[in-house]
Design a protein around this ligand. Structure first.
Ligand code: GAP
Length: 564
């Protein structure tokens, strides 16, 4: 996971001469991924409450496999996500969130903030600046080591992350007859094998082709580099040896543009919590164990942004640093936070069946790191890191103590000692959760209408907690003023508290379909019975498509129960 210092070259004084490789094993699809499924935990606080009514729980079966093309098209068509600066041809790795996207994103953030900060007594929130003193990033190790290995193709001017560019020797009857390459994908090994067979055919070589043994470019021997074909041209000779590429965006503060004014857009929000640690301790009446949380934008000049918003250059993080006594049982605390994070993901609608865990092998951890576990999600492009939970010891606070000269020790009431606490860090990207809930929630179904005709419906099964629109209100007919007036009145009342939508155009069935596609959990229809009888209206539930009559008080009670 973490591209923080723990998997980097750590501090400036601990520079490895070899290429810095971020420990992003979780990002490597297929070939190397080992995922262990472990018992899952769930905190009562955030576990989804099962309401009465006819709410169908979020399905834990494999949802319809959805292609990224389908999702991207839906996001564009319904105003969830647009390519940034699209009228100028777009800018790679940056995205805009449209009217529905911004609501969904806000709901994800709000749920996290409420559960992580407001509903707990041991965690406080802060918001720190995006541009911090440049020494912060020297102390954290980012200036020295926040880097990915980069390979250039001199012929095509394409750039590749070396650990995502794979190659293999083509061996026939024990003799190497050439090399093949392929970019990382779900079928990297197959692609390399096919390329090897094709090369053998092209060169008309007789004999037995051995199965390929894929390696990535960081593992290439110097004498092999010139023999490996570029994926862009298919020809060898144009790839450069891997070199380290720092991913922090640089800028200048003030009118001067020289070395003294260099600053960085933060690549993670976490350092804000470490740098403000003492300020919070001195003002916040906190005592161990306690956490400091923050939500905010982070920026990384990713070499290969890809998979839509999964890996972008500007994204949003929700991070929490949980400070514990140096003698505390860190492994137990780490496990508790992994369980909390899994439980929280389920509470916002991700199916357990799509979640798994990956524990980074000890030998891959930075020297100060005690353990890192990633919660993985099954995206359409593979099982990938969603949330990283790292046990970071006292590394960060000690580094800032060393570089700033300001003591980071706090008085611990329980032991009556001044100590520098250790930290457990759950760090997640809002955009990755956004993408995960879309992937898990998307379904295409055959449904039969009132006249018996079968039609397709697209439905986004989003949890009511995060759905961008909670209720859509319809008058049965738009040319009946009494229905319209009652529907508008209900709409007005609901929108004081909830994101709701009023729609009077088209047949009811079409109106339902439009809401299904954007994930609205409930639709309410005002009809003649509402006006002429008991004031009840039809409540239609998105997933089951069941309908029942319900009154206003019951509707508000349902929302109170399900939207929290
Ligand atoms: N402070 C620790 C840290 O930043 P990280 O694993 O590098 O660790 C934490 O990032 C989370 O941020 C990841 O698990 C992922 O959800 C999200 N994230 C990281 N890089 C991202 C990118 N380029 N685009 C979108 N989300 C990203």
């Amino acid at each position: 996971m973490v591209a923080t210092p723990q998997s980097l070259v750590a501090s400036g004084s601990h520079v490895r001469s070899q290429l810095v490789r971020r420990s992003r094993l979780g990002d490597r699809v297929g070939l190397r991924l080992r995922i262990g499924i472990v018992p899952r935990g769930r905190l009562e606080l955030t576990a989804p409450r099962r309401a009465g009514y006819f709410w169908a729980a979020m399905p834990d079966t494999a949802p319809t496999p959805v292609s990224m093309e389908t999702l991207v098209a839906l996001c564009k068509r319904r105003g969830f996500i647009f390519q940034s600066s699209e009228i100028y041809g777009g800018i790679n790795g940056f995205f805009d969130f449209g009217p529905l996207g911004v609501e969904l994103k806000k709901n994800i953030r709000d749920c996290w903030w409420n559960d992580m900060v407001r509903r707990r007594d041991d965690i406080v929130g802060i918001e720190t600046s995006i541009i911090m003193h440049p020494k912060v990033w020297e102390a954290s190790g980012h200036v020295a080591g926040f880097a990915d290995p980069l390979v250039d193709c001199k012929a095509s001017k394409q750039r590749y992350r070396a650990d995502q560019l794979f190659f293999a020797e083509v061996v026939v009857d024990g003799k190497t007859v050439g090399y093949v390459s392929a970019l990382e994908s779900e079928r990297t090994a197959e692609a390399l094998q096919e390329a090897a067979e094709s090369l053998k055919r092209k060169k008309a070589i007789q004999g037995r082709l051995e199965p390929v043994a894929p390696r990535d470019m960081t593992e290439a021997k110097p004498e092999e580099i010139a023999l490996i074909p570029s994926p862009a041209t298919g020809e060898p000779g144009s790839l450069t040896p891997p070199r380290s590429f720092n991913m922090m965006f640089q800028t200048n503060v003030g009118a001067m543009s020289d070395a003294s004014s260099v600053a960085y857009l933060r690549p993670e929000t976490a350092q804000g919590m470490f740098v403000d640690f003492k300020a919070v301790v001195d003002t916040g009446r906190v005592k161990l164990p306690f956490g400091i949380a923050q939500i905010g934008r982070s920026f990384r000049n990713e070499i290969t942004p890809r998979n839509f918003i999964f890996r972008s250059r500007e994204f949003e993080q929700m991070e929490m640093e949980y400070f514990i006594h140096e003698d505390a049982d860190w492994a137990k605390c780490h496990r508790e936070w992994i369980d909390w994070c899994r439980g929280w993901l389920v509470s916002i609608g991700l199916p357990e069946s799509h979640l798994s865990e990956y524990s980074h092998p000890r030998e891959k951890l930075a020297f100060y790191s005690r353990g890192t576990t990633d919660i993985m999600f099954r995206y359409p492009f593979g099982v990938q890191e969603l949330w990283g939970i790292a046990a970071r010891g006292d590394y960060d606070l000690k580094q800032h103590e060393k570089h700033s000269g300001a003591s980071q020790a706090m008085f611990d009431e329980a032991t009556k000692r001044r100590i520098v606490p250790h930290v457990i860090e759950p760090a997640v990207g809002v955009d990755r959760i956004f993408l995960a809930v879309l992937c898990a929630g998307y379904a295409e179904e055959d449904v039969t209408d009132e006249k018996g005709a079968v039609e397709k419906r697209t439905v986004l099964r989003l949890s009511p907690r995060i759905a961008p629109v909670k209720v859509a209100v319809f008058p049965l007919l738009k040319n009946k003023p009494e229905l319209v007036a009652r529907a508008q009145e209900l709409h007005r009342k609901l929108k004081r508290r909830y994101a709701v939508f009023y729609d009077e155009s088209g047949a009811i069935g079409r109106r339902y379909r439009r809401q299904d596609e954007i994930g609205t959990p409930w639709c309410v229809t005002i009809d003649f019975e509402t006006i002429e009888k008991d004031g009840t209206f039809t409540l239609r539930e998105r997933d089951s498509m069941q309908q029942k009559r319900i009154g206003e008080a019951e509707l508000f009670a349902l929302l109170e129960e399900r939207v929290y």
